[in-house]
Design a protein around this ligand. Structure first.
Ligand code: FAD
Length: 106
């Protein structure tokens, strides 16, 4: 089975990078594409318990698709939900763009 930790780190890199490169103001098509991606991602993520909880969270907290700022904050809140579940420190979502767009290494 996949290594849930390694898979998680790589996947968060992809997800936050997708948010960081999402348009500042998304078109109808771009919103539809991101919505479809996230829905399928939540079904197909190959850690089944993770995927199930993520789908449940997404059904309550709809993706914010208007543009980069909203999507980035939504992704940060999604990640914090998992951080809380795992007893990890929460990330300050005011810093998501500094971490994932401008870039810092940890
Ligand atoms: P990660 O949590 O992988 O974070 C990587 C880096 O992201 C951090 O070093 C930090 O710089 C940055 N970061 C941290 N929090 C945020 C944030 N809120 N916003 C922006 N940047 C942030 N693991 C399980 O054991 N059980 C689960 O149910 C589970 N569900 C998951 C669901 C999804 C959708 C994903 C993608 C992963 C899930 N994981 C789950 C994996 C888990 O979230 C971690 O990736 C894994 O435990 C490795 O953690 P880490 O401490 O190396 O850092």
């Amino acid at each position: 089975p996949p290594d849930v930790q390694e898979l998680g780190r790589s996947t968060w890199t992809l997800l936050h990078t997708l948010a960081a490169t999402y348009p500042r103001a998304a078109t109808t098509n771009q919103k539809a594409d991101m919505s479809a991606f996230l829905t399928l991602f939540a079904k197909l993520y190959p850690c089944w318990v993770c995927a199930e909880d993520f789908q449940t969270w997404m059904s309550k907290e709809k993706p914010v698709l208007d543009g980069r700022a909203g999507l980035g904050d939504w992704m940060c809140r999604a990640h914090n939900e998992v951080n809380r579940k795992l007893g990890k420190r929460e990330f300050d979502c005011r810093l998501w763009e500094e971490r994932w767009r401008d870039g810092w290494k940890d």
